[in-house]
Design a binder for this molecule. Structure first.
Ligand code: PEP
Ligand code: MG
Length: 326
């Protein structure tokens, strides 16, 4: 029995009708990389760099960051690691960089802070680029993008970081990694045609996308029952993103909690998502479910779910589907 379980852990996530799903890890919140997490994923789909910044008493130096990032990239090498640039603000505050706002989730968050502090952003980008030297498994992802100017300004600073380093290091050692954006602000739903021409990939942050689409604070217990990614509006948005990314040939994935939920994962696969990134505890659960289902049955379920008018109805359908399919 033990042997069978081990085989399950390391086997590929392929549906019964042959659709390959890449299951990646959301990492960064626990500061140590465990070997067990390296073995059970197809790489890191979201590395949250802010957790480390939150533990330190001050902004880490470029060299400290470089050493830290290299350790992470080396642990997962040669699997890809998508490192997200600093995503503070909102629910994630730094003791040494205090600011109070009336509406922190609508305020100074994510890429907005990095662009207002280019010296911090450049330090982080250079540390990532240097850490990747001789490895090459780094991808960089930008959080909380809401407008085209943010994409353009971020890419210009990325080019500057690369240019400044390429003056110091030979071109063959300093690689230019893929740069992607998070789709987690509702405006991004309508910008895929333009942004797909500028960046290499995107990943949906369904936690923030749900919060902003439904106007429900993701960390407020009083409205927690309204925070529901199975709301038909959220599902329809996620489907639209998948269709637009396919049409505009932008590689896409999802790294919010929904992808780590077996019911959520099968709906996303039915929509066309082939890369899902999730917490360590969800990986084997989702792999188990994927390997026992047909993607065509998931599509039938999705069509029914998209036609519902409430999250309650959607969840009733997904639960029945899970029971029917054992
Ligand atoms: C998200 O918003 O869905 C996401 C993955 O990022 P975070 O939870 O760190 O905001
Ligand atoms: Mg987010």
């Amino acid at each position: 029995l033990n042997n069978r379980f081990l085989k399950e852990q390391y086997s590929e996530a392929v549906t019964l009708d042959g659709k390959h799903i890449s299951l990646r890890l959301n990492a960064g919140l626990e500061l140590n990389t465990e070997q067990s997490s390296v073995d059970v994923c197809d790489g890191v789909g979201l590395y949250r760099t802010e957790a480390w910044f939150m533990q330190k008493g001050q902004f880490p130096s470029q060299l400290e960051q470089e050493n830290w990032y290299r350790e992470v990239l080396t642990s997962y090498y040669p699997k890809p690691v998508v490192m997200r640039t600093l995503d503070i603000g909102g629910d994630k505050v730094l003791d040494y960089f205090n600011f109070t706002e009336e509406n922190p989730f609508l305020g100074w968050r994510g890429i907005r802070i990095s662009l207002d502090h280019p010296e911090l952003f450049l330090d982080q980008l250079k540390a990532m680029l240097k850490a990747n030297m001789g490895l090459g498994n780094l991808k960089i992802m930008l959080p909380m993008i809401s407008g085209t100017e943010e994409v353009d300004e971020s890419l210009a600073l990325f080019e500057q970081a690369y240019f400044e380093l390429s003056e110091k290091y030979p071109a063959q050692v300093i690689e230019k990694p893929a740069v992607g954006i998070m789709l987690e602000v509702p405006s991004s739903l309508f910008m895929i045609p333009e942004w797909s021409k500028k960046v290499d990939f995107c990943s949906v942050g369904s936690n923030d996308l749900t919060q902003y689409l439904l106007a429900v604070d993701r960390s407020n217990a009083r409205v927690a029952q309204l925070f529901n990614p199975y709301h038909p509006a959220v599902l329809r948005a996620l489907k639209q993103i998948a269709s637009d990314c396919e049409y505009h040939q932008m590689p896409f994935s999802l790294c919010g909690e929904l992808g780590g939920d077996p019911e959520g994962a099968i709906l996303l696969i039915a929509m066309g998502y082939r890369r899902l990134s999730m917490n360590l505890s969800s990986l084997n659960k989702v792999r188990w479910v994927v390997r026992r289902l047909n993607a065509s049955d998931m599509k039938t379920l999705l069509a029914a779910c998209l036609a519902q008018s409430s999250a309650k109805q959607v969840l009733r359908l997904t639960r029945n589907f899970m029971i029917e399919h054992g």
